[in-house]
Ligand binder design. Structure first.
Ligand SMILES: Nc1nc2c(ncn2[C@@H]2O[C@H](COP(=O)(O)OP(=O)(O)OP(=O)(O)O)[C@@H](O)[C@H]2O)c(=O)[nH]1
Ligand SMILES: [Mg+2]
Length: 430
């Protein structure tokens, strides 16, 4: 199932024409059709497809049967004959019927934006969890599109489609897919339980968590690598990272925190994929601090920032302490940096390749993570409260004054709110 739709072997490499339909209110990669198509080119190349040409149609309404107009289908056919295309990739989501009609009329492999993204994820998934999540997303995408025959299904193969006695092939296919989906969900539940336990253990250990989030290709993995010397995959491609990677990070004070790199976001990230990757993305919800990494040089910068903010909101991870990291500033020569109006939020303008900038980033992370320093006067016989102080903060100093223990504690505000309120009555009055 998880195999890609594409042959990356040069002789067999898919050669594609990209097709975009511009209608009011249609979902695509960007509100600007030009930029959306540019992003589709990057997606196609990331999937290992050679892009031959692209075509755009402006139309009031989507054609139910062909998606694009009938005339445009003819034009696509002529173009494909001339250029020797094997595939047409649409910038918007197609229905199962539209895919089949186009496949038959054009004798081309028909892919839409969602499927392309799913395919890239399938090529990239390495961990067991990632692989299961991608397959789940692929099957959820496929299920409502299954009707009649079509090349799509045979291509996805993997045991699906064996004919049961007395049943139509379609019904058998559907049943197999549903069974497989439910098996995968069970396995995933187990993985999620394991991950939650692991996370809880980490939280109990008191080590603070910092998460790198951002649009795909913003430079998150590069930052993880530069900051922690981690051997991670960095590539000028979309979705280079799928599985979260965590590394210890030492702050200037010598304190260690955990830095986690996550999957990049993209406009209209297929819904099935967000659902399937929820468990992975929930790492972000647990973070004490979020570094929102931005490709300052991207033409789609503002849109990318809102896409990330929206997904964070969907995950329930908005409102977390965040540093807006405007990365790749070295590529913005001549730019007036007008964009730096992240009103009120902590912002850092930097390049992942500049040592001083990395140092500034570390300092900012440290400042943001370190809470207030407070002093508590705790009765010496209240071992429970003393232990609590050690659990909720860093005890910098402990002094005995008769039967009172004076504790100077550096508190993380969030931890203090959740666990430390019992100490508040003993706080030194200033
Ligand atoms: N010029 C420049 N390039 C950078 C900088 N940071 C990252 N890059 C490049 O940007 C590309 C993408 O970097 P990655 O670190 O893989 O990006 P990512 O955010 O992890 O991307 P995904 O894993 O796909 O979500 C690579 O070619 C990096 O070398 C920077 O500050 N300046
Ligand atoms: Mg990455």
């Amino acid at each position: 199932m998880r195999q890609s739709t594409y042959d990356t072997d040069t002789d067999l490499q898919d050669r594609a024409i990209l097709v975009s339909l511009v209608t009011p209110n249609i979902k695509r990669g960007s509100s600007d059709p030009e930029l959306s198509l540019q992003e589709l080119v990057s997606l196609a190349e990331t999937a290992g497809v050679e892009v031959l040409a692209s075509m755009t149609q402006n139309k009031e309404k989507v054609d139910t049967k062909w998606f694009i107009g009938k005339g445009k289908v003819e034009e696509l056919r002529a173009m494909s004959d001339e250029l020797g295309a094997t595939t047409a990739i649409f910038d918007q989501e197609l229905s199962g019927a539209q895919v089949r009609n186009l496949e038959e009329a054009l004798d081309l492999k028909i892919i839409d934006r969602t499927q392309l993204i799913l395919d890239i994820f399938a090529q990239r998934a390495k961990t067991r969890e990632g692989i299961i999540q991608v397959e789940l997303a692929q099957l959820s995408y496929l299920l409502p599109r299954l009707s009649g025959h079509g090349k799509n299904l045979s291509r996805l193969g993997g045991g699906i489609g064996t004919r049961g006695p007395g049943e139509s092939k379609l019904e058998t296919d559907r049943r197999h897919i549903r069974d497989r989906i439910s098996d995968l969900k069970n396995v995933l539940d187990e993985v999620v339980k394991h991950r939650t336990l692991h996370r809880e253990r980490r939280r109990k250990s008191g080590v603070q968590q910092v998460a790198l989030v951002g649009y795909t290709n913003a430079g998150k993995s590069t930052l993880l690598r530069e900051l922690t010397q981690a051997d991670v995959y960095v590539e000028n491609q979309l979705f280079a990272t799928l599985d979260p990677t965590s590394r210890n990070l030492e702050l200037p004070s010598g304190k260690e925190v955990v830095l986690t790199d996550t999957v990049g976001f993209i406009q209209n990230l297929p819904h099935d994929l967000v659902a399937a990757f929820r468990a992975t993305l929930e790492e972000v919800c647990e973070a004490d601090l979020v570094l929102h990494v931005i490709d300052s040089a991207s033409e789609m910068r503002e849109e990318q920032i809102s896409v990330v903010n929206n997904i964070m909101r969907e995950l329930g991870a908005d409102g977390k302490p965040t540093i807006m990291v405007y990365n790749k500033i070295d590529m913005c020569i001549g730019d007036d940096h007008q964009f730096l109006r992240a009103g009120g939020q902590d912002t850092l303008v930097m390049s992942a390749f500049n040592k001083d900038d990395l140092q500034r980033l570390l300092q900012t992370v440290q400042d943001k993570l370190s809470g207030d320093t407070r002093v508590f006067h705790v009765p010496a016989d209240r071992g429970d409260l003393i232990a609590l102080a050690y659990r909720t903060g860093d005890v910098i100093e402990q002094a005995v004054d008769g039967d009172i223990i004076k504790l100077t504690v550096e508190l993380n505000k969030q931890d203090f709110k959740v666990h430390g309120h019992r100490l508040a009555a003993y706080a030194e009055q200033v």
